[in-house]
Each structure stands twice: as C-alpha cells, then as structure tokens.
Ligand binder design. Structure first.
Ligand SMILES: [Zn+2]
Length: 86
C-alpha cells in the first residue's frame, strides 16, 4: 500500500479500533495517525464503540443489545459533540 493522500478510510479506522494494539506492520497508517488529530479522534471514538460492544457481548446475554445501546453507539459514531458521561 502507498501512503494515503487524504484521511484514513473508515474501514482502516475500524480495523485498527478492533485491535487492542496498533498493528505495527502498517507504517503509513501509523504515520498518518501520528500527524492527524482528526483521524486520532475518529479512532478513539471507534475504540469506545468497540469497548461498548465487547462489554455487552457476554455469553449469558439473554437477547440482543437494546435499542438505547445501539442509539448510543450511533451517536458515538456520528460524534454529535455531546459531552461524555464518563
Ligand atoms: Zn487524517
């Protein structure tokens, strides 16, 4: 892969968010993140979503996540600027 001229793609950000550590083999992405506060913000937002999703993926979960949970995830993804409760 060559260095991306613009911002990281959502697919790349999601891929990174799903990993616990930064994938070291993708130097271009790492360099972009180091230089781009906007993409770092997107990534940290996605990582919050991933943590949320993992927190509700318990084996004894009786049913899928409730509507409010998904609404919160959607809000996080859109980044509407609401202050964080935590
Ligand atoms: Zn960027």
């Amino acid at each position: 892969m060559t260095a991306a001229p613009g911002h990281l793609t959502p697919a790349t950000l999601v891929e990174w968010a799903l990993r616990d550590d930064d994938p070291g083999e993708d130097g271009d992405t790492a360099r972009h993140l180091a230089d781009c506060p906007a993409c770092r913000e997107q990534l940290s937002r996605l990582r919050r979503v991933v943590r949320l999703a993992r927190a509700i993926e318990t084996p004894d979960l009786p049913e899928p996540p409730s509507r409010p949970v998904w609404e919160r995830i959607e809000r996080d993804l859109r980044g509407t600027g609401e202050p964080d409760a935590d």
